[in-house]
Design a protein around this ligand. Structure first.
Ligand code: HEC
Length: 118
């Protein structure tokens, strides 16, 4: 009988003592997952191909035209190469693209000429 009472007391004590820990844990999980979701949403800007086309026409036709992208001996063979080349040519042409605009131009070139899998 004494034994049972002790066990019940212990259980009750544990439950009460654990409650705040559980609540804090649950609150942290909620907080962390909402932070993770909001940063995922802000990182999710999809490239704008129409804007990429306009930026390309304005800044990128001074030294070469579109034939450069489909010539048989073209120098770009992967999506990463393409991104690096657009960055390089952005500097060469002083276009001054933001990283979002670089993505727009890369997407425009990929959709229309290179068609690499990402
Ligand atoms: C200052 C001159 C110049 C300007 C302006 C320029 N490029 Fe280039 N670009 C080059 C040259 C030169 C090559 C070829 C390099 C080679 O054949 O080795 C090239 C090649 C490329 C290629 C690779 C073609 C292939 O072989 O697959 C891409 C993609 C490219 N340019 C994108 C751009 C973009 C996007 C812009 C606008 C931001 C731009 N270029 C503006 C000089 C320029």
């Amino acid at each position: 009988m004494t034994h049972i009472l002790l066990t019940m007391k212990d259980t009750a004590k544990n439950t009460v003592a654990n409650w705040p820990v559980k609540a804090i844990f649950a609150a942290s999980v909620l907080l962390l997952s909402s932070i993770a979701m909001s940063s995922a949403v802000s990182a999710e800007r999809s490239p704008d191909v129409t804007l990429g086309k306009a930026l390309h026409e304005k800044n990128c036709m001074k030294c070469h035209d579109n034939r450069q992208y489909t010539r048989p001996n073209r120098i770009i063979h992967t999506f990463e190469d393409l991104h690096a080349r657009v960055e390089f040519c952005d500097t060469a042409s002083n276009a001054g693209f933001s990283s979002d605009n670089l993505d727009d131009v890369v997407e425009y070139l990929n959709v229309n000429f290179y068609k690499f899998m990402k």
